[in-house]
Design a protein around this ligand. Structure first.
Ligand code: GAR
Length: 201
C-alpha cells in the first residue's frame, strides 16, 4: 500500500511513520511521497534527507480548491492508496475528502471529541481536565470528527505548561500513529457506524 504523507511544519510524525515503515512495523506499506503546503517546512527537508520523494504544493496564490486539486493530482501521480495527515494545518475541501473517502487519516493531540481544532493541548490545560492524549481518526467533512481508530491517554500534571504537555503527548503520537497505520494497512479492522474495531476473525 502506497502512503502519501501531508505535512505543514516540523514533520516529527512523518519521521515516526517513515521509521516504522523502514523498520518493518507497518508490513506492506511504502511511503510514496511527502507533500507540504509550505516549501520551507523543516519536515520536507528531513524527508528529503531520508531519501523520500518530496513535493511542495504552495498555497500562496491559489484558492483552496485549486490547491487541493494540485495536491490530489500529485497523489494520483504517485499512485497513493492511503493519505496520512501529519501536522497538516489546512482544512481539506469536500472534493479532496470525497476523492479519498475512508483513505485519509489524521493525528490530533487530544482525546477527541474533546478539544478539536487548533491548540488542543492549550485547550485541555485551560479547561482543567486531568487527562488528555492523542487520537488517530479517519477524516470526514467534520472538523476532527471522523471515526476514531486509536487513542492514547496522557495525564496532565499540575506543573504542566503547553510545551511540557505537548512534548509528552508527542511521544505517544509517534507510537500511536504507526500502530494505527499498521492496523489500516493490514486491513485488520471493520467499521460499523462510527465504530472502528479490530476484526474478530
Ligand atoms: C502534532 O502534535 C499533531 O498532532 C498536531 O500538530 C503537531 C505536528 O507535529 N496536529 C494538529 O494539531 C492537527 N489539528 P509534527 O509536524 O512534528 O508531526
Amino acid at each position: 500500500m502506497k502512503i502519501g504523507i501531508l505535512i505543514s511544519g516540523r514533520g516529527s510524525n512523518m519521521l515516526a511513520l517513515a521509521d516504522a515503515v523502514s523498520e518493518g512495523r507497518i508490513p506492506g506499506a511504502e511511503i510514496a511521497v511527502v507533500i507540504s503546503d509550505h516549501a520551507n517546512a523543516p519536515g520536507l527537508a528531513l524527508a528529503a534527507e531520508r531519501g523520500l520523494t518530496t513535493l511542495a504544493v504552495e498555497r500562496q496564490g491559489r484558492t483552496r480548491i485549486e490547491h487541493d486539486r494540485e495536491t490530489i493530482a500529485a497523489l494520483h501521480e504517485q499512485r497513493v492508496d492511503l493519505i496520512c495527515l501529519a501536522g497538516y494545518m489546512r482544512l481539506l475541501s469536500a472534493e479532496f475528502i470525497e476523492t479519498f473517502r475512508h483513505r485519509i487519516l489524521n493525528i490530533h493531540p487530544s482525546l477527541l471529541p474533546s478539544f478539536p481544532g487548533l491548540d488542543a493541548q492549550r485547550q485541555a490545560i485551560e479547561y482543567g481536565v486531568k487527562w488528555t492524549g492523542c487520537t488517530v481518526h479517519f477524516v470526514d467533512e467534520t472538523l476532527d470528527g471522523g471515526p476514531i481508530i486509536a487513542q492514547s491517554p496522557v495525564p496532565i500534571r499540575d506543573d504542566d505548561t503547553v510545551e511540557t504537555l505537548s512534548s509528552r503527548i508527542l511521544i505517544e503520537e509517534h507510537k500511536l500513529y504507526a500502530a494505527a497505520v499498521a492496523l489500516i494497512v493490514g486491513n485488520g479492522y471493520e467499521i460499523t457506524g462510527r465504530r472502528v474495531r479490530g476484526k474478530t476473525t
